[in-house]
Design a binder for this molecule. Sequence first.
Ligand code: PBG
Length: 306
Amino acid sequence: MIEETQLGVQNLIYPLFIEDGNGIKSEIKSLPNNFRWSLDTLLPEIEHCVSLGIDKYVLFPAVNESKKDKIASYSYADDNFYLDAIQKIKAEFPNLVLMSDVAMDPYSSDGHDGFVENGEILNDKTLPILAKMSLAQAQAGIDIIGPSDMMDGRIGYIRSVLDDNDFTDVSIMSYSAKYASAFYGPFREALDSAPKGGDKKTYQMNPRNKREALLEAQLDFEEGADIIMVKPATCYLDIIHILKERFNIPITAYNVSGEYAMIHAACQNGWLDYDSAMSEMLLSIRRAGADGILTYFAKDFAALTK
Ligand code: PBG
């Protein structure tokens, strides 16, 4: 009764990595106990996670280098395994909430979230590509589109393409305040998606800025975002807090790969207690104001609190 913050499995969203093929379960070294799955091995894993109470998932594709090109055309190709996986997971588990990732980097030969020309990321040339990708995901049955690319104007652009194609019920969870962070390293290893040149500082946010997060969130809100996200989470609790105060839509936070990896590394050394460090980290994100938390800890936290 006197505890101000409640945290339960209903607040958690579990990120899963999918690759093309069969019988695959390959561990991601820098993300202990997280794997790249093929669809056939992933389905029983999801069944197990559902039995622990996890009902929200975000799916990321690990794409073979040979499928990557300048315009991320594989992201909306007919034979795309990720779109096929969305469809099959949705068919098998119709009651789960499935969220996607919308950005060019998993499919781009440049490894950037946007379209690259002469070493520059071209914002406006990226928007139609993101919209095609979003539409393909909506057609596959995704519930919530997750643009993680940080291009300006993409929420409005994607929203109108979805609406024009009668996908008015597909929601958008915008990565609104996504910082150019050192904590994405293990994720880029998981997807082999690191930029081939340059960095992401021309489109992701400067960690020194807080008011800019309000502006980014305001624009996304006005363009039609249903949920706004802060990423990473623990170094940015002040941003979560301020967005929660200012916006009357749900706020999510991405407890990113590096945050997960550092707790694991310390625990492997015997320097921290895993269950209590995990719980305290997740609780702090929730206390700051996040309604939902995307976290690689979802399964362990669900098992711990079941
Ligand atoms: C890229 C994307 C990234 C993450 C999610 N989507 C990495 C990046 O911006 O380079 C990182 C998530 C994590 O570190 O767990 N579209």
